[in-house]
Design a protein around this ligand. Structure first.
Ligand SMILES: [Fe+2]
Length: 348
């Protein structure tokens, strides 16, 4: 028998046998084996899709009127991939949602088993407290709130504050391991966070950290201003055709900043068109600057500032900067770290 030979079907099995199996809460594997584990390539429901910030922003602001913070706890519009039958997930493993907080509001302290990362989209004057560490929020900043760590948000500035949340909640839900707990208001430190002090520069560590066990989360905030500058420098030394891309890592381990998700910043030079490696990971993108298009699995998605793109696993991806004069900048989130840890990540 060859590997591609058709397998037996349920219809070929006697009714009394199927009835007996039902009575034992058991099922024959062979009739559904090919749908569980398709041959050659995975079955993907996630569609390559773009959400337009210009269209979503007014709906997000309206949520500010419709759902007071005490009735919402977190005022988020979840990005629901049109291929995932109403599930509130951007890809099969990545949750993305725009969150808004208004002046004077406070999103109460809580913690949960899913890990969350914020990418700041708009506004000034808000901050997140993570485990008592106060983290300023400025456009493009990446801020970590890892699993089971306390976090709350507050906004002392003017105008709406909006960010994109990325969570590994689809995995937690699939494992029946998603839950959270409320907490009392944090006493936040007025000290500057590690991104401005202890891990201010790549390649440098506070001396006393040498030889010590690395902290799981040495740094919670990655300021965009410094990442953008680093990308511009990296671009000078990156051959044409190769992506100008920087990974967000734990500065004490050099490994991905979160255990389940990878975050990276991508710069497209003026007029650049670039093919990304074909991998088994699924991907989300937030556009920070510029305009262009992404071709994923043959589908063309145009984008501009603050738009979000979702791309399924095993996709051919090509990014194009529409401007011949200005660079474009995107933040990428992908599920490669969880795939690597589970031992099945592939780059083809
Ligand atoms: Fe949370």
């Amino acid at each position: 028998m060859t590997a591609s030979a058709p397998l037996g079907t349920l219809a070929e099995l006697p009714a009394d046998y199927l009835h007996a199996l039902d009575g034992q809460h058991a099922k024959p594997a062979w009739p559904s084996l090919r749908s569980l584990i398709p041959q050659g390539a995975p079955e993907r429901r996630t569609l390559a899709h773009r959400w337009t910030y210009r269209d979503l922003r007014p709906l997000l602001l309206r949520a500010g009127e419709l759902a007071p913070m005490e009735r919402a706890e977190r005022r988020v519009l979840m990005l629901s991939n049109p291929g995932l039958e109403g599930k509130p997930f951007a890809t099969a493993s990545i949750f993305l949602g725009f969150q808004v907080i208004l002046p004077g509001e406070r999103a109460p302290n809580h913690r949960h088993s899913p890990s969350a990362v914020r990418i700041i989209v708009e506004g000034e004057g808000a901050y997140t407290n993570v485990q008592g560490q106060r983290l300023e929020m400025r456009r493009g900043d990446v801020i970590l709130t890892p699993a089971h760590l306390w976090h709350e948000h507050a906004h002392d500035g003017e105008g709406p504050m909006i960010w994109l949340d990325a969570l590994d909640v689809p995995l937690m839900v699939a494992m029946e391991a998603a839950y959270g707990s409320p907490g009392s208001v944090q006493t936040s430190s007025q000290r500057l966070d590690a991104s401005q002090t202890r891990h201010r520069r790549g390649g440098l560590l506070p001396y006393e950290r040498l030889g010590r066990r690395a902290q799981d989360y040495a740094q919670f905030r990655y300021p965009w201003a410094e990442v953008r500058e680093a990308l511009l420098d990296l671009a000078k030394d990156t051959p044409t055709g190769q992506a100008v891309q920087l990974a967000y890592v734990n500065p004490e381990t050099g490994l991905e900043c979160m255990p389940t998700f990878g975050f990276s910043a991508l710069m497209l030079r003026p007029g650049e068109e670039i093919d990304m490696p074909l991998t088994s990971a699924s991907t989300g993108l937030l556009v920070l600057e510029g305009s262009g298009r992404t071709v994923a699995d043959g589908k063309t998605l145009t984008w501009e500032d603050s738009d979000v793109v979702a791309i399924p696993t095993h996709s051919r991806i090509r990014h194009c900067n529409a401007s011949a004069r200005q660079p474009a900048f995107l933040i990428q989130v992908d599920d490669a770290p969880m795939q690597r840890k589970l031992g099945f990540y592939q780059q083809f």
